[in-house]
Design a protein around this ligand. Structure first.
Ligand code: GLV
Length: 328
């Protein structure tokens, strides 16, 4: 009998062809919570789960899947999943690193430029009918902040942070980095976090959200950022203290922010960040290009196929679940 794989929301058929014939596929609508009674019925007999970052895979959901043998997430971040429970149950978790690095760094650099050069504010200005003959152009009209030749501080130097560094180099920026792992990359000065925050004109966050990075850019750390700096976050919302960021923008300590990710998504419409004209927000679209998403699904399917066959996944978050791990 074929094993059952549940996919939490419809994905393009052509990307799933690697699974056809190898398992029974059930696709949920993606509109209901996985802990709803309807979804739990479908999960009860599943051996494999393919999920997205918007699915909270917590202990309630995992308890509803006693036969679960693998999880494959179409995301690089796995903070939506209780990895500890999976590891305890010897269930491998696959994710999709690498393939979204370029698209996400493009989005991060786009946010950096948009925030520094007030591009969204300018767009709004015209659409709201404010650009009139009497204020057509003046020497101090819509001044923004220089990007080229300034200093970019990159927090986290994984594939996305490194791709961001290459974009910064193209803009003649001095590159500073700090990573929890101490990783060093040629052309990027590895410095202490304090030095990075105090020297950078632009700070871009590229950390994974974990227990230790939650609230990582706290009010205290934001207070040590260089006056007039711009913060860009395309990693996860919970890493930056949003209230402290809004206060730093309101007080004029920070110049602007470009944000793709938020503590809670969709973001609350009464968030103080939305009241600040120099905050550019987009709805978690860092990896949202057709090609990148296709590559992410392809990788998630490769992980799922390995899960079905009982082989090690090509990109496994918790490889310690495999007996061979650490044996040598
Ligand atoms: C995007 O945020 C991802 O984790 O894939």
């Amino acid at each position: 009998m074929l094993k059952k794989v549940v996919i939490t929301q419809p994905l393009p058929d052509k990307n799933l062809k690697g699974l056809v014939g190898r398992c029974d596929i059930a696709v949920l609508s993606g509109k209901q919570s996985l802990s709803s009674a309807q979804a739990r019925d479908k999960l009860a007999n599943c051996h494999g789960l393919i999920c997205l970052l918007s699915d909270a895979i917590d202990h309630f959901v995992l308890d509803a899947m006693p036969k679960l043998e693998f999880v494959s997430s179409v995301s690089v971040g796995v903070d939506h999943i209780d990895v500890a429970i999976l590891t305890e149950r010897d269930i491998p978790l696959g994710h999709t690193p690498g393939v979204l690095a370029a698209a996400t760094a493009d989005a991060a650099f786009g946010l950096l430029l948009a925030a520094a050069r007030r591009l969204v504010e300018g767009d709004r200005y015209i659409r709201e009918g404010n650009w009139r003959p009497d204020n057509r152009w003046s020497a101090d009209f819509f001044l923004g902040k220089d990007v080229s030749g300034t200093t970019l501080g990159i927090i986290g130097l994984g594939a996305i942070g490194q791709a961001m560094a290459r974009r910064g180099a193209g803009f003649d920026m001095r590159l500073l980095s700090w990573t929890p792992s101490g990783r060093k990359v040629s052309g990027v000065d590895s410095v202490s976090l304090e030095e990075l925050l105090s020297r950078s004109d632009f700070v871009s966050v590229h950390l994974a959200l974990t227990g230790t990075t939650h609230d990582f850019l706290s009010a205290d750390k934001i207070a040590t950022m260089k006056p007039g700096a711009v913060l860009v976050n395309t990693a996860r919302g919970g890493i930056v203290n949003e209230l402290a960021l809004a206060q730093a923008l309101d007080s004029g300590h920070l110049y602007a922010a470009g944000l793709d990710v938020f503590e809670s998504e969709p973001m609350a419409m009464d968030s103080p960040l939305l009241h600040h004209p120099r905050v550019v927000v987009v709805p978690h679209i860092g990896s949202a290009t057709a090609l990148t998403r296709a590559k992410m699904v392809e990788l998630a399917v490769r992980n799922a196929k390995a899960g079905l066959d009982g082989r090690p996944m090509p990109h496994c978050v918790n490889p310690e679940v495999y007996p061979v791990f650490g044996a040598g």
